[in-house]
Ligand binder design. Structure first.
Ligand SMILES: *[C@@H]1O[C@H](CO)[C@@H](O)[C@H](O)[C@H]1NC(C)=O
Length: 207
């Protein structure tokens, strides 16, 4: 009798934990109960609400002097609210890097349109996955993992289109969030097992 009860409890615990795991796996933008979302102050919309022209200026323009990300996410394009998709156009002059960062709410699907690109991400066991992409290649950065892109080509620029499974994927820049905020120097020094002078030097480079 007692063993029956305890095996029931084990089964129940297993069922609950698999449910929790399932919920975590599904975490993303929440579903909407309407076809689309319009701001409360807007009485009605037409096709122009669903059109974003903010990337036109990039077509045929000269490449930027340093790495540049131009977003078409919910902030720039309100019609994406509730649609769980967004884009970023990424431009890499030769030798430039998109510094190590994560997107807390989405995977990133990068399509390299021109040039070559060194890409990499680190999984939660600290294993690194790197690749040299050729023009036309597609690479996926799994959701939430630390990653980067680097154009190692000495002469040619590169550019890419990245799609996200969230209207607001969010970006946490590791250098910026760790060394360009108000985390006290002594905490950073202890965290990185170094001295305060080294932390100050890193901070000065980002300020
Ligand atoms: C560091 O933070 C300041 C203030 O928020 C910002 O202007 C600057 O761009 C940041 N540095 C980098 C490298 O992003």
């Amino acid at each position: 009798m007692e063993s029956k009860t305890s095996s029931c409890i084990v089964l129940l615990a297993l069922a609950i934990s698999s449910l929790v795991a399932f919920q975590i796996a599904l975490a993303g933008d929440s579903d909407i109960l309407t076809d689309f979302v319009i701001p409360v102050e807007v009485p009605s919309v037409d096709a122009s609400y669903f059109t974003f022209s903010g990337l036109r200026g990039l077509i045929g323009a000269p490449p930027p002097e340093k790495f540049k990300a131009t977003k078409a996410s919910m902030a720039e394009f309100p019609a994406l609210n509730g649609q769980s998709v967004s884009y970023a156009i990424l431009q890499y002059p030769s030798g430039s890097v998109n510094p190590v960062h994560t997107h807390p709410r989405s995977a990133e699907l990068l399509l390299l349109m021109s040039g070559t690109l060194e890409v990499g991400f680190i999984d939660t066991t600290n294993k690194i996955f790197t690749q040299t992409l050729q023009t036309g290649d597609v690479f996926v950065f799994p959701k939430g993992l630390v990653h980067y892109q680097y154009n190692a080509d000495a002469t040619n620029c590169a550019w890419a289109i990245s799609a996200f499974g969230s209207a607001n994927a969010g970006t946490v820049s590791i250098p910026n969030s760790v060394f360009n905020t108000s985390i006290p120097n002594n905490i950073l020094a202890k965290s990185f097992k170094t001295d305060i002078m080294t932390i100050q030097k890193i901070k000065a480079g980002l300020a």
